[in-house]
Design a binder for this molecule. Structure first.
Ligand SMILES: *Cc1c(COP(=O)(O)O)cnc(C)c1O
Length: 419
């Protein structure tokens, strides 16, 4: 590969030295013609894989008709997509955005405005959880609470209180007369595929009902079939008041949405919020096309089955390489390997074997493949991850192995991995 020319793009990303030109299903092809099996899906975005014929057709058809009108006028595709999202969820109303962070901004503003409309504007505070990720706008970095994203950007937006992931007493203590809502990812994505147990979500719902708090689910990463149900919260039976979605709903077209009950949305009257691009005809055409496929009978069952099979194979991989993989996590096709080695080593070793995975918090490697991944592609993915683990073991054994202990064990693992 030739050395790339200096980039004029703001250097906020640590990019891997790969340039892709084409995609097909779960496969990406570089400008040099190398093929990679993509278990990252562009961070859970390419829900139907690359170049899905139904999505391509929807985009081309709309592209030839009308791209943009603004929200000064009714947008038929948006009306239809909202109808379908409402029919398939708890929600009564939908606000379309261009991204996940904007969907969360809408959710945050809505929760605050709800209490204002009830004559309690002082209830603007929102409780969130450690390890959370809610986006990169000024409000959503405050909501996520991670110092590395907040530092240097001026005063932190007021009104977010973080509590530990699984400490109900801390939650009780954090809620005061100014608290208006609780915001949670049913499975933390960036935080490291940390699953909120269903009984915990039910406890949060009961707690919110008891205190008059709105419950906000951030399903930007977990939603639209990722975990084998339309939304991840469904497996707990818990219904939120507000829910943000993005990533998977666009299948690669940038879009998001904030869904809510009519009650929770009651403060959001004419003029209270808006966007120039959100819900534009191109995005709506693709969103509807994604739903055509994801809501087809049997599609979500197939995601669930594929996820179970994949997780089982990963558990076997962990058994073979306990010195590389410490734990398997997740639901459906939102899976995580917690590293026994630095997660970056696993990401790099996988990339060397032409399989793409994504690092997350808690030393986890995330697998978020397109939902259309086949059983044989899962088998191929596991073979490549097996080889990557063997490479890591071999590399760790190689440099002037210190006397004795784990060496014979490591060698046998290499042999097994190579078999
Ligand atoms: C990706 C993500 C966001 C932010 O979405 P953007 O489109 O990057 O703004 C927010 N919350 C969760 C849970 C996410 O995974």
């Amino acid at each position: 590969m030739t050395q790339p020319a200096p980039s004029h793009i703001l250097p906020t990303y640590a990019r891997a030295p790969l340039e892709f030109e084409r995609g097909d299903g779960v496969w990406l092809t570089t400008v040099d013609g190398d093929r990679y099996l993509d278990l990252g899906g562009g961070i859970a975005v390419a829900s139907l894989g690359y170049s899905h014929p139904h999505l391509v057709a929807a985009l081309q058809e709309q592209g030839a008709k009308l791209w943009h009108t603004s929200n000064l006028y009714r947008i038929p595709g948006g009306e239809r997509l909202a109808d379908r999202l409402v029919a398939a969820t708890f929600a009564d109303v939908v606000f379309f955005t261009n991204s996940g962070a904007e969907a969360n901004e809408a959710a945050i503003k809505m929760a605050r405005k709800y209490h204002a409309a009830n004559g309690q504007p002082e209830r603007f505070r929102i409780v969130t959880f450690e390890g959370a990720f809610h986006g990169r706008t000024l409000a959503t970095i405050a909501a996520g609470g991670q110092q590395k994203y907040i530092e240097g950007f001026g005063p932190k937006v007021e009104g977010f209180d973080q509590v530990p992931f699984d400490d109900h007493d801390a939650l009780e203590a954090a809620v005061g007369p100014e608290t208006g809502a609780l915001m949670v990812e049913p499975i933390q994505g960036e935080g490291g595929i940390r699953v909120f147990p269903p009984e915990r979500l039910r406890a949060l719902r009961a707690f919110c009902d008891d205190r008059g708090l709105l419950l906000v689910f951030d399903e930007i990463q977990t939603g639209v079939g990722r975990t084998g149900t339309f939304f991840a919260g469904e497996r707990s039976g818990v219904v939120p008041d507000i829910m943000s979605i993005a990533k998977g709903i666009g299948g690669g077209f940038p879009m998001g949405a904030c869904l809510a009950t009519r009650e929770a949305a009651k403060g959001m009257t004419v003029g209270s919020h808006g966007t120039t691009f959100g819900g534009n005809p191109l995005a709506m055409a693709v969103g509807n096309a994604v739903l055509d496929v994801v809501l087809e009978p049997g599609f979500l069952d197939r995601v669930k089955a594929a996820g179970l099979g994949f997780k089982q194979r990963l558990a076997e991989l962990q058994d073979r390489y306990p010195e590389v993989i410490a734990e398997i996590r997740g639901d459906g096709l939102m899976l995580g390997l917690r590293g026994a080695v630095p997660n970056g080593d696993i990401v790099a070793a996988a990339r060397d074997r032409h399989v793409l995975v994504i690092a997350a918090g808690d030393n986890v490697v995330r697998l978020l493949p397109p939902l259309v991944i086949s059983d044989s592609e899962i088998a191929e993915a596991v073979r490549r991850l097996d080889a990557a683990c063997a490479d890591i073991v071999a590399r760790r054994a190689a440099p002037a192995a210190p006397s004795g202990e784990a060496d014979s064990h490591r060698t046998s693992a290499v042999l097994k991995g190579a078999a």
